[in-house]
Design a protein around this ligand. Structure first.
Ligand code: DC
Length: 224
């Protein structure tokens, strides 16, 4: 199969990253979790007490160096902020609660989109996010729009947070998911929407193995 770009967009806690990671491993592609980049900017803003001040976030952008480094222990790439591994910290629920607002700042998107386009220049990437098929790579060969029942998503996220030892309630998780869906879909810049040529994958009742079988069928279009 020739090297392509696979764009995966969709709602939060849909299992996008798990699926994207498995697809990248199957093809030997690079996996890029763009949500981690927005989370890293949000963490920087929170640490500097400027998360509620878009102008200050924009002014601080040149001070933020965001990169991915391969972690041999997990076999995946971790996100680094100014040389510090922030992979665990960016997943905290207080970061999740603020990331939609920070990711709605046009200049933040401009900087991160440019970085993402550079990372995908050589193709052979699986990139997951909200605007990959619409804005970052509108010419991507394969676009997937993932969705799942909000109740199923809340249960998955709740289990993840508890497994990490973070004391959250189911109500808080459900509220966070609802709020983020609303903010992601209604923001002025690059709102979450399905690209017209994206194939929809609703994985509410699908295992990862079933999702991999599903994508093998998609690959058939690219075999030559
Ligand atoms: O995928 P995630 O839940 O880690 O993403 C975190 C937030 O970042 C999410 O609320 C929306 C935002 N985001 C975005 O605006 N554009 C992307 N390409 C990826 C994420």
């Amino acid at each position: 199969m020739k090297k392509i770009i696979i764009a995966i967009d969709g709602y939060s806690s849909c299992g996008k990253s798990t699926f994207a990671k498995a697809v990248a491993a199957r093809l030997g592609y690079l996996f890029i979790d763009t949500g981690a980049m927005y989370r890293a900017v949000t963490l920087y803003a929170m640490r500097h007490g400027i998360a509620d001040d878009p102008a200050a976030v924009v002014a601080a952008l040149p001070q933020m160096r965001i990169e991915f480094r391969f972690n041999p222990a997990s076999g995946r790439s971790d996100v680094y902020l100014n040389g510090e591994n922030v992979e665990a910290e960016i997943r905290r629920i207080d970061v999740s609660n603020r990331v939609s607002a920070v990711s709605g700042i046009p200049e933040v998107r401009e900087k991160l989109v440019a970085m993402q386009q550079e990372m995908g220049r050589a193709k052979g990437v699986v990139m997951d996010g909200r605007d990959i098929g619409t804005v970052v790579f509108p010419e991507a060969e394969l676009k997937i729009f993932m969705t799942a029942d909000p109740k199923v998503r809340a249960e998955r996220r709740y289990k993840e947070q508890i497994a990490k030892g973070e004391p959250v309630s189911m109500e808080e998780v459900e509220r966070n998911i609802r709020d983020r869906d609303r903010q992601d879909e209604s923001r002025a810049v690059s709102p979450l929407r399905r690209a017209e040529d994206a194939v929809v994958l609703d994985n509410s009742s699908m295992s990862l193995a079933e999702q991999m079988t599903w994508i093998e069928n998609q690959f058939k279009h690219f075999e030559s």
